[in-house]
Design a protein around this ligand. Sequence first.
Ligand SMILES: NC(=O)c1ccc[n+]([C@@H]2O[C@H](COP(=O)([O-])OP(=O)(O)OC[C@H]3O[C@@H](n4cnc5c(N)ncnc54)[C@H](O)[C@@H]3O)[C@@H](O)[C@H]2O)c1
Ligand SMILES: C[C@@H](O)[C@H](N)C(=O)O
Length: 373
Amino acid sequence: MPVVRMLRQVVGPLAQHPACGCGTYGPPVRSLAISPRQVPADASFHSSSFSDTDHPRVLITGGLGQLGVGLANLLRKRFGKDNVILSDIRKPPDHVFHSGPFIYSDILDYKNLREIVVNNRITWLFHYSALLSAVGEANVPLARAVNITGLHNILDTASEHSVRLFVPSTIGAFGPTSPRNPTPDLCIQRPRTIYGVSKVHAELMGEYYHYRYGLDFRCLRYPGIISADSQPGGGTTDYAVQIFHDAMKHGKFECNLEASTRLPMMYIDDCLRATLEVMEAPAESLSMRTYNISAVSFTPEELAQEVLKHVPEFQITYNVDAVRQAIADSWPMNFDDSNARKDWGWKHDFDLPELVTTMLNFYGSDARVAQAN
Ligand SMILES: NC(=O)c1ccc[n+]([C@@H]2O[C@H](COP(=O)([O-])OP(=O)(O)OC[C@H]3O[C@@H](n4cnc5c(N)ncnc54)[C@H](O)[C@@H]3O)[C@@H](O)[C@H]2O)c1
Ligand SMILES: C[C@@H](O)[C@H](N)C(=O)O
């Protein structure tokens, strides 16, 4: 029996009564030519509409956070400056505004999102807007709106306009009942944060749209990301960025997680390269649509020991934040990313020593420039 007919039999009523509640700003039923409400005529998945010789036209949402500007730089080198549009609801700093196209885009405004995708002939979308774990717990209604309602708008827009969609997930998509050391791709996912719940929702909805409507959905579960020239946006792993700044500036650091809290982490260059690689991977190489990716895993104590090798006077003290600690204690300690390595050749470059050297070099040169000025 053709797959489409089989699907219609299984989920037929859904096609008339879609469960998507994303119509806050649009009509209750978005009556567009190509819609998630219509099963494609054949089962072949539509993908980006550019030929192999053309560059994709890229939109990055939530692009002014820790990861978006770095991603735009990487993609602009590859696809050309004008083919990559950065967007956010915040005002960009001068150097970002002048480095390439930037537009305002609120992902809760479905009509505006659709307009941007249509007017700019977007073929790839990197959906980075989100509230992270700690700020999400501090404002659950907003996290629910941005991370869940916003995602619905993104899924519908991407699906309706045949856009290849990347949505990052996280180690936070796992919870206390998941195996933690290591955590495989497929296992129990019962996170206890709104952030984690919204990311499991994103994984499942993206995969559902892929199988149901042919959306070219791709998703990586990132570890905590460590970057020097951009600040983290309110997560549980933020300490592993702040420690470098404080070590170089003050020679000491007060950590808000316990010394023995082990979490998977990754240097930003590895994370962004993985993101581009999975987007460029041939569809037939992807045996799954959501992959763990991993690089290193360490505790605050181990990170401090590595920093000490470069900053001999460095001191770390602990003042544990109960909310962040509870979150960290429910997350993976080590991430099993063997499927990503096998399917599309994922390989990290930065182990702990290289990561620490790179971060300290950045802050060292930064301090020297400040001193010279
Ligand atoms: N940074 C990490 O360690 C990490 C780890 C795992 C996954 N991720 C995921 O990667 C993505 C990017 O992370 P990040 O660290 O850059 O996040 P961030 O918190 O630094 O930035 C998120 C951005 O989203 C924007 N935003 C908020 N509400 C919005 C709205 N209504 N419309 C449009 N934009 C809105 C914010 O202004 C902000 O610039 C997120 O989805 C995050 O969950 C990040
Ligand atoms: C791990 C990740 O998703 C983010 N850095 C957070 O801590 O919330």
